[in-house]
Structures are given as structure tokens and as C-alpha cells.
Ligand binder design. Structure first.
Ligand SMILES: Nc1ncnc2c1ncn2[C@@H]1O[C@H](COP(=O)(O)OP(=O)(O)OP(=O)(O)O)[C@@H](O)[C@H]1O
Ligand SMILES: [Mg+2]
Length: 449
């Protein structure tokens, strides 16, 4: 492991009271191997869930003036979990400017929108909040998360099923009961969905507007899907249909996500989602404090800002871990040492999660010798697609030698991939997550002094 202060985890077989009792140790090991009960019943020692799936705390009662860890843990899991996007406005911090730009593009420009940015920067959360806001303005909103296997037909049939037929220009508002249960999907034939026919059908929508969100669009594997979406955008725009698409994905620019299709370019607004400001990150922590009753000291906050570097994902992950360290010690105030300990635990897990070949690579002497360069590269790779130029890494220094070194680490060592570019190549870490791991290690090393 690199940079983190590597403390060894607890080793059951080397517990101090075991050290002088080889007989007993052997006995315990043998029992374990047999899969039978330990001399002390294992059931009593195994961890249990502390919160029921109904989110009820059973007989844990609030005690005025006393920290009830179970209660705080539950609130913390709700307020600061890093694994789920925010889906409502109450939990959503900052980002007013991006949301404003999104609304303007949809409402004033009647454009289709592409939202792009790096992993974990908050794209999914943004479109969920956009959906909520649009529904309030009586838009019909469809949301689809794309995967490698996403099929154009399936996704758009599902979208069409969400649009009641009563919004069809050819259906009278006083139509009989039967029409009330039908949707636009009933008007699509059984064969493959053709984007031109679909646009024609959508052009008959009246009395509402429809937003169709295609989240994680970068993951779509089928080039046919992308071609169909481009065709659909073009045809919807040509017919001034009341349907707008919002695509999101990991990319550094619009072309990378939707391909360079001049015919649809003027109908699309591209919006980049960048790192959050310290003020916005602070808002995430403020909300967590309000929900849990915990408090992050100013120093702990400063440390979190530095480590998270504007990533809402990281601030939640590190904030939660730090809070759990404090709670473990029955404290309600989170201090810098809690942040450091939490971050170390995260690093350890990330290290363990790296593919074997990447772990081995990091042990090679020529790679170890290049650690300062790797850290500078990791910082430079905070671009939406993680790619950077030698000069981004070199800073004030001459980029020539840096480029040569990056090229060496791209060749047989294969730490970076080299993306041909004009006039300069760009580089990118081969292993996803490695840049983040290096940045966090460096921040931790600096902070731990
Ligand atoms: N405005 C916000 N306020 C509070 N938390 C946020 C905000 N935006 C994102 N987060 C948190 O950051 C994490 C990542 O957010 P999200 O899943 O929206 O990012 P993403 O860009 O869609 O990621 P990916 O590229 O992996 O799809 C989540 O834990 C989410 O709760
Ligand atoms: Mg997402």
C-alpha cells in the first residue's frame, strides 16, 4: 500500500493472550476448521444489524442531552450515504447554477440537453431533482438508466407507456373510459421501434410537455442505440415536438458522449457538471449536521474539503467514515483525527479493491520512483473523462521530460493509456479509481504530516 500509514489489522491468531498458549490456539484453530462451535459460542460474538429494515429502532429511546449512537447512525445513513444519488430537493445541496442552466435550456431554448461530467460528480442526483422540479410544472417525466445492454426499443416503449393517450391530438378529452387507460405505447407496432416514426407519434402530443431522461448514457454499448437517439433528436426538433431528451454521462465534452453529428448540434445544449465549490460541499455537511445532531469542527471540515476536492461522493464517503469513528468513541463532534482515521480505512479498502495487476504495478521500483509524478497526474486527471496533457502535469516546469516519462509509463508498463491527439497526446490512468486513490493518499500523507 502506498502513502497511507499502514497499520496492521487485528490478527485473531496473534491476540496477546494467545501468544503464550500454543495449545489452546491450536485447539481453537482445529475447532474452526471443523466448522464446529468455538469454546465460546460464536453466535454471541457475530455482528448483527443495529437498525431494522423498517428503519425502526425498537426499544432505543431518545435520551435528552445524550448521544444515542443507534439513532445517529440511522440518521447518518440517511443523510450522508455515499452510495445513492440524492432524489429529492430537501437533500440536494448547491448546484443552483447548473439547475438554472438546465431549466433555461429546456424552457427557453426548447433544446435537448446533454449533461456531462466525471464519475460521482452528481449527474444522476441533478436529473432526479430536475425531474421533481419539472413534474411540479406539470411536465411528464420519464427516467431510464442505461446499461451496456440497454435496448432502444425497450426503453422507448417504456417511455411511451408513461404518456397517457389522452394527450394525443387525435383523442378527444371527452373520450370514453377505455381511452383513459391507454398510452402512447399502444400506438407503437410490435416490430423494432423506428426513431422517425416515434418522432412522428410524439409530435402529436398536446396539452403537456414530456422530458425523457437517459441517465448513464455513456454506458450504452450498442452503436445502433446511439444512432437511433441522434435520429430521434433530429426528428423531434424538425417537428417541434413537445418532447425533450436529457442525456447524462461521463465524458469530457459533448462530442465524446453523443458523437459529432452536425445535424443535431444546434438542437442540443451541452452542460458540464464540475467540482462543487467549498461552499456547496459545506452545505452537504450542514445538512448532515442538522439531520444527525453531530458537528464537524472547522478544522475537520477544512480537511474534508481538501480531500474531497469538490466531489460530493467523496465528501459523503469520508464524512460518514469520520462520523462513525467519532461515534465509536461516543463523541458527537468530529475532529481532524477522525477524518484521518476514516480516510485511512477508505484507502485500505480501495487498495484491496484494486485489480491484482495494478497492485503489482505499484510495487515496481520504476513506478515507486515516479510517485510524485503520479500524484501530479492524478490531480490533472480531475477532468470529466480523466484524460490530461503532459503540460497539465508539469505545471510551471518543462513539459518535455514529463511527457517522456508519461510515455514510458504508458508503454510496456501500461500504467497509463496514451490517447493520440493533435498536436499533443493525452494520457489517462488505465485502472479506474487509481487516480482518486493516489489523490486521497497524497492528501492523507500531507495532512498526517
Ligand atoms: N447536490 C448534491 N447534494 C448532496 N449530495 C450529492 C449531490 N450531488 C451528488 N451527491 C452525492 O454524491 C454521490 C454521487 O452522486 P451521483 O450518483 O448523482 O453522481 P453521478 O455523477 O451520477 O455518478 P456516476 O458518474 O457514477 O453515475 C451520491 O452519494 C450523491 O448522494
Ligand atoms: Mg449517475
Amino acid at each position: 500500500m502506498i502513502f497511507s500509514r499502514d497499520r496492521k489489522g487485528p490478527d485473531v491468531d496473534a491476540a496477546p493472550d494467545d501468544r503464550w498458549q500454543p495449545g489452546e490456539r491450536l485447539f481453537r484453530r482445529a475447532m474452526r476448521r471443523l466448522g464446529s462451535a468455538d469454546p465460546t459460542p460464536a453466535g454471541g460474538r457475530l455482528p448483527r444489524f443495529s437498525i431494522s429494515a423498517t428503519d425502526e429502532l425498537g426499544d432505543v429511546k431518545p435520551v435528552p442531552g445524550r448521544l444515542v449512537p443507534e439513532r445517529v447512525r440511522l440518521a447518518l445513513a440517511e443523510a450522508l450515504a455515499a452510495s445513492q444519488p440524492v432524489t429529492s430537493r430537501e437533500r440536494f445541496a448547491g448546484r443552483a447554477d447548473v439547475l438554472e442552466a438546465l431549466i433555461t435550456a429546456i424552457e427557453q431554448q426548447r433544446a435537448h440537453v446533454v449533461l456531462y461530467g466525471e464519475r460521482g460528480i452528481g449527474k444522476t442526483s441533478l436529473v432526479h431533482v430536475l425531474a421533481e422540479t419539472a413534474r411540479e410544472a406539470r411536465y411528464l417525466v420519464g427516467y431510464g438508466s442505461c446499461g451496456v445492454e440497454a435496448r432502444f426499443d425497450e426503453m422507448f416503449r417504456a417511455f411511451a407507456a408513461g404518456i397517457p393517450l389522452l394527450f394525443h391530438a387525435g383523442v378527444s378529452p371527452t373520450a370514453d373510459e377505455a381511452e383513459h387507460d391507454r398510452s402512447f405505447a399502444d400506438l407503437i407496432g410490435d416490430g423494432p421501434v423506428d426513431p422517425r416514426e416515434l418522432a412522428e407519434l410524439f409530435a402529436r402530443i398536446v396539452g403537456t410537455r414530456v422530458l425523457l431522461i437517459l441517465d448513464e448514457y455513456d454506458r450504452v454499448g450498442d452503436p445502433g442505440f446511439r444512432r437511433n437517439v441522434a435520429e430521434l433528436i433530429k426528428n423531434l426538433s424538425d417537428r417541434a415536438a413537445r418532447v425533450q431528451l436529457v442525456l447524462t454521462g461521463v465524458a469530457s465534452n459533448l462530442d465524446e458522449l453523443v458523437g459529432f453529428t452536425p445535424s443535431i448540434r444546434r438542437n442540443i445544449v451541452g452542460l458540464a457538471v464540475g467540482p462543487m465549490s467549498d461552499g456547496e460541499v459545506a452545505e452537504i455537511l450542514d445538512r448532515a449536521e442538522a439531520a444527525t445532531g453531530l458537528r464537524f469542527t472547522a478544522e475537520a471540515r477544512a480537511l474534508l474539503f481538501r480531500m474531497a476536492a469538490g466531489s460530493p461522493y467523496l465528501v459523503r464517503l469520508l464524512g460518514t467514515r469520520a462520523a462513525l469513528v467519532a461515534l465509536e468513541a461516543e463523541r458527537g463532534t468530529i475532529e481532524p483525527p477522525d477524518v484521518l482515521e476514516g480516510a485511512e480505512a477508505v484507502l485500505k479498502e480501495w487498495n484491496a479493491g484494486l485489480p491484482r495487476h495494478a497492485q503489482r504495478l505499484l510495487q515496481r521500483p520504476e513506478v515507486k520512483a515516479a510517485i510524485p509524478l503520479l500524484i501530479a497526474a492524478a490531480r490533472a486527471s480531475g477532468t470529466p473523462d480523466g484524460a490530461f496533457l503532459a503540460e497539465d502535469v508539469a505545471g510551471e516546469a518543462d513539459p518535455g521530460p514529463v511527457r517522456a516519462q508519461l510515455e514510458r509509463l504508458s508503454g510496456s508498463i501500461d500504467l497509463f493509456e496514451m490517447l493520440p491527439g493533435d498536436p499533443e497526446p493525452r494520457f489517462r490512468f488505465r485502472t479506474p479509481g487509481l487516480a482518486q486513490l493516489l489523490t486521497l493518499s497524497a492528501a492523507l500523507a500531507r495532512s498526517a504530516g
